[in-house]
Each structure stands twice: as structure tokens, then as C-alpha cells.
Design a protein around this ligand. Structure first.
Ligand code: PLP
Length: 403
């Protein structure tokens, strides 16, 4: 069997990570990897997480399975954080949450649920979107189509294009994949009015949102980042939401996530949740526990929650500060390019619009690693590399022919 296997083309971002690791250049700069790094370039363990882990170590009494759908305390924490503690959805019986291995696990379980129950639905994906969205739906056997989102001509949000496409081409029962906040890779988010208009369109056309929420708290704040999501969740009869705690709790390798579904009636919610059981059972059987226990403990302990909120604000403020510093430092080089996108976009990523040639030159000559689509991960910038980075970017861009 193995002799018949042709190695698939690898994930471009993973290849970039490997190339960065292998590069001996001491000045190398990693703007590719999508993890939060502090000023020293390390991916920190939050203090609130360390304390929660210590407490779990002392109090945990068993390592038995948590059950395919996960821990109800974690599910309640997820719903409060996501939808707001006072949301009527929490007590409606329409909202159910299961624990999954990371946000990716939630996305895949949702994709399998769609495939099993709505095989004719088209999944609409923003252009561009997170590198893994298309492959997840393809491997679940779902049909995906793109909707416009980013306008490459001026780097703006193409909301009119998005609305026209969904209005014209999507059919009732189709699923629209949206990013709750900090859109990956563009950093361009829908505003409140956009969410409202889109919700009205989705209601009119009976479209189902599949909202990917991987960066809650990294944009404008824990509640502010999900204001649009909450509006949509309260207005539409059916919603799917995948959440990840990899970034906002720094739990990357603990594989901590959740899938929340909102159904039209409590009975529908019970049936849909029951349908998730066999999907989970035949994929990974039971979710990992450690990360979910940490999230549940931090959320339910007022002191730990406060400490975590402060740490989350620290990460957010650092990203916002870096965006401003990058913009000003690049502007000081006066190369006649507009860098305002750095401060208008939100979250970990910026979509630079750098050409493939620029990206290749930055990498080959200056050991500056940027994803091939021009996405940069802002936390890779720090006090030690910002001067070098901006100098090299300015030099490479100013050598470009005017476009
Ligand atoms: C938009 C988006 N969704 C989902 C995920 C998945 O996160 P996780 O590591 O929890 O699977 C990521 C991670 O980078 C992401 O950027």
C-alpha cells in the first residue's frame, strides 16, 4: 500500500515554519507562524493558566474519560463567554455546546454534521480565508464555493461584493462560514452595521452561519469582538459556532475548543446534539480534557478570571501597540507607500499586499519570513527586530516598479 502513496503537497505555512527553524541567520524574523509571541519571541504560558494547572494537579482525582460530548462545566463557560451571561439563548434550551480538540476539531465535527444531514448544502468561504477551512470541508466531502471579502485593489473590505454574491448565488440551507473577529488572514472585520445587514440577508434567504471564533479578545475586547456574532445568534433560527482557546488562553498544544449549535427549538437541539455523538465517537471518541478544565476553572473562579482578562488585555494591547509602531517606523522611511492598513486591520494578522517577488526577496536576502499570500503575524515583531525589519521592507518595496 505505502508504495502506491504519492506524498501530498504539504501545508505552506508548516513548510515556512520549518524553513525558518532551519535558517542559521541570527537576524531572522518570523512573521509567518500564527501564534502569539511576547517581546522575547517566546510563546508564553499565561500565569492564570499556570495557577489553574497547579490547582488541577492537586485536586484532580481521576483520569477517566470525559465522555464524547465533554464536560458540562466547560460547555457552560463557553456559552457565557461567547454569548454573554445574560443572553436568553443560555436558558432557551436551543443552545448546546460540545468540547472538541481545538477549534479545528469543532470545524471538522461541524463539517461532518453538515455532510451527514445536509449533503446538498454549499459551504460559502470568504476569499481569502484561513488556509485550513477549504481542506476541512473538502475532506468531509462538502462542496465549497468562494464569496468576495477582500478587495486586492485597495485592501478594503468588499462587503458589497460579499452581499451581492450571497444574495445572488446562495440557496436556502447553504452554510456561510464567517470569522467572528480578527479575520485570518486579512485582519479586516465586519462592522456592526455589516453584521446587521448580513443577518437580515441570511434570515431572508434561510442561510445558516458557521462562525469561526478563534481570536475572541484579541481585537477590541472579549465582548466587543463577538458583538456581531451575538446579534446573529439571537436573530437566526440555526447557527453553528466553532471556538478555539488556543490563542486567547495560549493553550495551543492542549487542543482546546468547542462546537456550539443553536437550533430552532429545544427538540431540534437535542436531536442535533445526539447526532454529534456518533461523529465524535468515530473520529477521536473522546475529547482531550486538560485544556478544557483549565478554561472552565479560570472562567468560574473570579480571581483567576480577572487575572486572565488582564493577561488577555496585555496580549491585545501589545498587538495594537506593535501595529502603530510598525506603521510609524515604516512611514519614517518615506517610500511613498500607504501603511495605514496596519492600524485599520485587527488581531494577530495583517494582509500586506506585498508581491510574491517582495516576499521571496525578503526571505532569501534578509531572512524575513512572511506567508506566501502576504500575511504577516504581528506578534513576531519585537523591540530587537523592528528596526531591521522596517529597514529591509522599505528597501525591498522601494525597489519595486510603481504599480
Ligand atoms: C481562523 C482560525 N480558525 C481556527 C483555528 C484553529 O485553531 P486550533 O488550534 O484551536 O485548532 C485557527 C488557528 O490558527 C484559525 O486561525
Amino acid at each position: 500500500m505505502f508504495s502506491e502513496i504519492k506524498a501530498p503537497e504539504g501545508d505552506r505555512l508548516l513548510a515556512l515554519m520549518q524553513a525558518f527553524r532551519a535558517d542559521p541567520n541570527p537576524r531572522k524574523v518570523d512573521l509567518g507562524v500564527g501564534v502569539y509571541m511576547d517581546d522575547s519571541g517566546t510563546v508564553p504560558i499565561l500565569s492564570s493558566v499556570k495557577i489553574a494547572e497547579q490547582r488541577l494537579l492537586e485536586t484532580e482525582t481521576t483520569k477517566t474519560y470525559v465522555g464524547p460530548l465533554g464536560d458540562p462545566t466547560f460547555a457552560a463557560a463557553v456559552q457565557e463567554m461567547l454569548l454573554g451571561a445574560s443572553s436568553p439563548l443560555l436558558s432557551s434550551g436551543r443552545t448546546r455546546t460540545i468540547q472538541t480538540p481545538g477549534g479545528s476539531g469543532a470545524l471538522r465535527i461541524a463539517a461532518d454534521l453538515i455532510h451527514a444531514n445536509a449533503p446538498d448544502a454549499t459551504i460559502w468561504l470568504s476569499t481569502p480565508t484561513w488556509i485550513n477551512h477549504g481542506p476541512i470541508h473538502a475532506s468531509a466531502g462538502n462542496r465549497a464555493r468562494p464569496y468576495p471579502y477582500f478587495n486586492p485593489a485597495d485592501g478594503s473590505l468588499d462587503f458589497d461584493g460579499m452581499m451581492a454574491c450571497l444574495d445572488g448565488d446562495a440557496r436556502p440551507g447553504d452554510v456561510v462560514l464567517l470569522h467572528a473577529c480578527c479575520h485570518n488572514p486579512t485582519g479586516l472585520d465586519l462592522g456592526d452595521d455589516h453584521w446587521r445587514e448580513l443577518t437580515a440577508l441570511m434570515a431572508r434567504k434561510a442561510l445558516i452561519p458557521m462562525i469561526d471564533c478563534a481570536y475572541q479578545g484579541f481585537g477590541a475586547g472579549l465582548d466587543a469582538d463577538v458583538a456581531g456574532l451575538r446579534h446573529m445568534a439571537e436573530a437566526l433560527p440555526e447557527v453553528l459556532i466553532a471556538t478555539s482557546y488556543s490563542k486567547n488562553f495560549g493553550l495551543y498544544r492542549e487542543r482546546t475548543g468547542a462546537l456550539t449549535l443553536i437550533a430552532k427549538t429545544p427538540d431540534h437541539a437535542t436531536a442535533a446534539t445526539a447526532a454529534l455523538g456518533p461523529i465524535v465517537r468515530t473520529s477521536y471518541s473522546m475529547p482531550p480534557s486538560h485544556g478544557a478544565q483549565i478554561v472552565a476553572l479560570i472562567w468560574t473562579d473570579p480571581t483567576l478570571r480577572q487575572q486572565w482578562l488582564e493577561e488577555l488585555a496585555g496580549m491585545r494591547d501589545r498587538i495594537v501597540g506593535l501595529r502603530h509602531r510598525l506603521r510609524t517606523t515604516l512611514e519614517q522611511h518615506q517610500i511613498g507607500r500607504d501603511f495605514s492598513f496596519l492600524t485599520s486591520q485587527r488581531g494577530m494578522f495583517s494582509y500586506t499586499g506585498f508581491t510574491p517577488d517582495d516576499i521571496q526577496t525578503l526571505r532569501a536576502r534578509h531572512a524575513i519570513y512572511i506567508a506566501s499570500d502576504g500575511r504577516i503575524s504581528i506578534p513576531g515583531v519585537n523591540d530587537r527586530n523592528i528596526g531591521y525589519l522596517c529597514e529591509q521592507i522599505a528597501a525591498v518595496l522601494s525597489a519595486d516598479k510603481p504599480r
